[in-house]
Ligand binder design. Structure first.
Ligand code: ZN
Length: 55
């Protein structure tokens, strides 16, 4: 079964990921030293979200 990744801001469903995948989902904050692999925008709250694959 796939897992649902939710927007950290509003909880809207962003994408699904395969069960064996681990990833980090955060709001993109320019001041924070974090380099996501993917960027997307929440369809609901329009915030920019970063996704980083951990495995
Ligand atoms: Zn959102």
């Amino acid at each position: 079964m796939n897992k649902r990744l939710k927007c950290p801001n509003c909880g809207a469903r962003l994408i699904d990921e395969a069960e064996h995948i681990k990833s980090e989902v955060k709001l993109v904050n320019q001041s924070e030293d974090w380099n996501p692999d993917y960027y997307t925008k929440c369809w609901n709250c329009k915030k920019e979200i970063g996704l980083k694959k951990l495995n």
